[in-house]
Design a protein around this ligand. Structure first.
Ligand code: SF4
Length: 453
């Protein structure tokens, strides 16, 4: 999975409020950012330039670096990211050159110059699609421009079928501390009908190699509710995941955005309901995964994450993203946040390359957040962790969240999902299982567009 959704085609009229429908219909369900991508516009680009030309001074926020590798062996039917399955070695080399040129432009800007990333994330697409030589070429070039020697976490997404022993060693040698394996399921039939390139045999081989090599943290991804999922298959998938004893686990509930193969098939067949489990069933399956892992000592640390030892396992990238820190993002379709300005790069390969080759930044839309929007964003994103501390928000934004969000909190309370303890605001387990739906309560009315990408 990746952090770079591609823009969706025009959506149907917005729903009047949070989607409560039982069936899985088309559209983005998960809230990844705020304000939503749909309101980011090209005319806000000068705001990004003006941030980049400023000196951040001694109060510079921590810096994260996200790098998007948009190549995959095959396009999964549920995928809504910008990925390419047809690029040859020369085109990939051209892309890696472009990434380095893009980073070089940023590294010279006063806002970035001299700052060292504290966390890095290689997402996609499939970063592990690159060969060991390509990976070394890219990382050596990046380190020359922005040294990583102070990085607390380097995350790398891998597709099991691309991870040979040799490549895993090369990935570890880059300095990767957190390997995130896109397993999604262990059943070969489910993997096949959902268009995944790998099979369970490759999962077990890659996982064993990765353990042997000694990555400090191995995360695995699972998806609840893929096409043809059944109660028994899901239980078996969870049992196999438990057997692996990963350091952490990310479980997603299947959504079907407009730019997926599944939606194209629905459209062609004139269907409004996606051929996947309904939301209630997906929530039950998620809860089942939570419980099975809790039985063996794991802790649920957010709506999507389950962790073996919360004292040891950190999510530095996620926590940086959720607390509004600077994230410099490079690569086609990637999006970042610098000095309070959101931005996203061109979402197609050629315009992205053309912009870089002409010496400019490949950014195509941006959005300057107000302080209130940053308050909403950080509060919503942190609520995905289950609960937030009141004092930290009051200190940072000068207003108590219980006052600022009195309306949304009352709405969540009336649905029975709010948990209020001295100094904390949180949600029940049932609320956590549908947290993204509840987060719509916090959106300003003008941002309730009904989709987020
Ligand atoms: S592996 Fe599948 S879901 Fe992941 S980015 Fe590639 S095509 Fe998309």
């Amino acid at each position: 999975m990746s952090s770079s959704p591609t823009p969706a085609p025009p959506a149907p009229p917005a729903p009047a409020g949070p989607p409560l429908q039982k069936e899985t219909t088309a559209g983005n369900y998960f809230v990844a950012n705020y304000p939503p991508f749909a309101v980011w516009k090209p005319d806000a680009l000068p705001a990004l330039e003006s941030v980049l030309d400023r000196n951040p001074g001694l109060d510079a926020p921590r810096l994260g670096l996200y790098t998007h590798i948009p190549f995959c062996r095959k396009r999964c039917h549920f995928c809504y990211f910008r990925v390419y399955t047809d690029k040859n070695a020369e085109e990939i080399k051209g892309y890696l050159d472009a990434l380095l040129s893009e980073l070089e432009v940023y590294a010279r800007k006063p806002w970035i110059q001299g700052r060292k990333p504290r966390f890095l994330y290689f997402g996609g697409g499939t970063p592990s699609y690159l060969s060991p030589d390509q990976l070394r070429f890219l990382s050596d070039g990046m380190k020359r421009l922005l040294p990583w020697d102070e990085a607390e976490e380097v995350t790398f997404e891998g597709e099991p079928g691309t991870l040979t022993d040799h490549k895993l060693r090369a990935i570890r040698d880059l300095g990767v501390t957190r390997l995130s394996l896109g397993i999604e399921h262990f059943d070969d039939h489910i993997l096949e009908v959902n268009g995944r390139a790998h099979r369970s045999k490759e999962v077990h081989r890659a996982y064993a190699y990765a353990r042997e090599i000694g990555f400090p943290q191995i995360n695995i991804d699972l998806i609840a509710g893929m096409v043809e999922e059944t109660e028994d298959r899901w239980k078996e998938a969870v049992a196999k995941a438990v057997e692996l004893r990963p350091d952490s686990l990310t479980v997603y509930q299947m959504e079907v955005p407009y730019n997926t193969g599944i939606y194209q098939q629905m459209k062609a067949a004139g269907k409004l309901v996606a051929p996947v489990a309904d939301w209630e069933t997906k929530r039950r399956w998620m809860d089942y995964a939570y419980q099975e892992f809790e039985k063996v000592g794991y802790t649920v640390t957010s709506g999507t994450t389950i962790v073996r030892d919360p004292a040891k396992v950190k999510f530095v990238y996620r926590d940086g993203l959720f607390s509004g820190t600077d994230i410099l993002s490079i690569g086609v379709a990637s999006f970042g946040h610098l000095g309070g300005v959101h931005y996203q790069n061109h979402h197609d390969f050629q315009p992205y390359l053309d912009a870089i080759r002409s010496g400019g930044l490949p950014v195509y839309r941006a959005y300057t957040t107000s302080e209130d929007e940053r308050y909403i964003r950080e509060f919503m994103l942190q609520l995905k962790l289950g609960s937030v501390g009141v004092d930290g928000f009051t200190r940072k934004f000068g207003q108590d969240p219980r006052e600022r969000f009195a309306g949304p909190l009352a709405a969540i309370r009336s649905q029975g999902f709010l948990v209020e303890t001295p100094g904390r605001i949180g949600v029940t387990r049932e609320g956590l299982l549908q947290i993204d739906r509840l987060l719509l309560e916090f959106f300003k009315p003008e941002h309730r567009t009904g989709r987020y990408a």
